[in-house]
Design a protein around this ligand. Structure first.
Ligand code: DNO
Length: 348
């Protein structure tokens, strides 16, 4: 396991020196945040970001994300130009030693929550998703400011996008994903990069938009679209774990054995009837079997990247929801402790 920590570049309020002080941190997980989706990242900006990271004794081996332009997901004729740009970004990142790129294939929206600062009895706050609050809501007419959504979309743009997605059901989305993978995976192979798709969060359709990276059957289908090691997974426990039917331990065991998990996002959640609450990483804090997941990684000699995922806001910290320092550092330490224990009491 190579422990990593997400860092949002120079605009991140958490200094790299602090990240470095988290025991066992090997690499940051970062990206360029000022490039429009679909455009080519300049070599200068990539080099500058890498130099900044390395100046602080860390590596830059994981990029999260190189976002996928909506035209690619929609399968529009304009997609080829954006796929070419995507390939160029893979090449450029490979040139500077990046080993893994995380991306997602969710239509329009990335992760979705109903509240970012739900206060819990111990005074901490965290991200939550209460499905009841979304029932009967329509983002095209209701005034909704759902956290996690790209706030830069104007209502009219959203309406246009939704209209375009009318022609894209889940089968069409699979087709468009295959078209994309068939073109980028050979480039990733040549560039020494493993592509790692992030599951849909939450793993079910949102407002009639299809979501397909959601469960074991679909992950199997995804991996077989292009059967190459470079076509792999970001296994996000919190995303996949929101669906009670996903047996995370069995899935981690299976995909780690196949060598197709390149990146782990580890966090715990409390699974509710119609949603979930994010909580501390610890086993006892939520519903997921974090120990079982870590053990499945260990048993399969997992040597990919892993990062603690969203943390709560604790100890009065203010910052980017899910991405404060304190609780993610606690998560990292918890993960280190589990791993060291597994190594010490080796029972493969
Ligand atoms: C949320 C993240 C996601 C993830 C993207 C990957 O905190 O896990 O936004 O970075 O889905 O493309």
């Amino acid at each position: 396991m190579k422990l990593t920590f997400r860092w949002y570049g120079k605009g991140d309020s958490i200094p790299l020196d602090y990240v470095r002080q988290i025991p066992n941190t090997y690499s940051v997980v970062t990206a360029l945040y000022d490039v429009a989706v679909g455009e080519v990242w300049s070599r200068e900006s990539i080099a500058e970001l890498k130099a900044e990271v390395e100046k602080h004794g860390l590596k830059m081996e994981v990029i999260e994300s190189v976002p996928v332009h909506e035209d690619i997901k929609l399968g529009l004729p304009t997609r080829d130009r954006f796929i070419q740009n995507y390939c160029e970004n893979i090449r450029r990142l490979g040139e500077v030693g990046v080993k893994c790129i995380c991306y997602n294939f969710m239509p329009i929206f990335d992760w979705t929550r109903t509240q970012l600062d739900k206060r819990h009895p111990d005074g901490s706050t965290s991200l939550v998703y209460y499905g009841e609050q979304l029932e009967g809501k329509n983002p095209l007419v209701d005034d909704m400011n759902l956290p996690g959504w790209d706030a830069s979309y104007k209502r009219e743009e959203l309406q246009q996008l939704f209209a375009l997605y009318k022609n894209v059901d889940s089968e069409k989305l699979w087709e468009n994903l295959k078209y994309f993978l068939e073109r980028i995976i050979p480039v990733a192979e040549e560039s020494g990069i493993n592509m790692a798709i992030h599951p849909d969060d939450p793993p079910w359709d949102i407002f009639g938009l299809p979501r397909i990276i959601t469960n074991e059957k679909n992950l199997d289908r995804f991996l077989s679209l292009v059967d190459s090691k470079a076509n792999g997974l970001t296994f996000c426990t919190g995303s996949l774990g929101a669906d009670k039917n996903n047996d995370l331990v069995a899935m981690v065991d299976k995909y780690a054995k196949m060598g197709r998990i390149h990146f782990m996002h580890v966090r715990n959640i409390k699974v509710l009837e119609k949603g979930f609450e994010e909580c501390a990483h610890d086993q006892t804090a939520g519903s997921l079997d974090i120990l079982g997941i870590m053990q499945a990684l260990y048993k399969n000699d997992f040597d990919g990247y892993l990062r603690p995922d969203h943390g709560r806001m604790i100890w009065g910290e203010e910052g980017k929801p899910g991405y404060g320092l304190y609780d993610r550092a606690l998560g990292a330490s918890y993960i280190n402790g589990i791993w060291e224990t597994l190594v010490r009491f080796d029972k493969k």
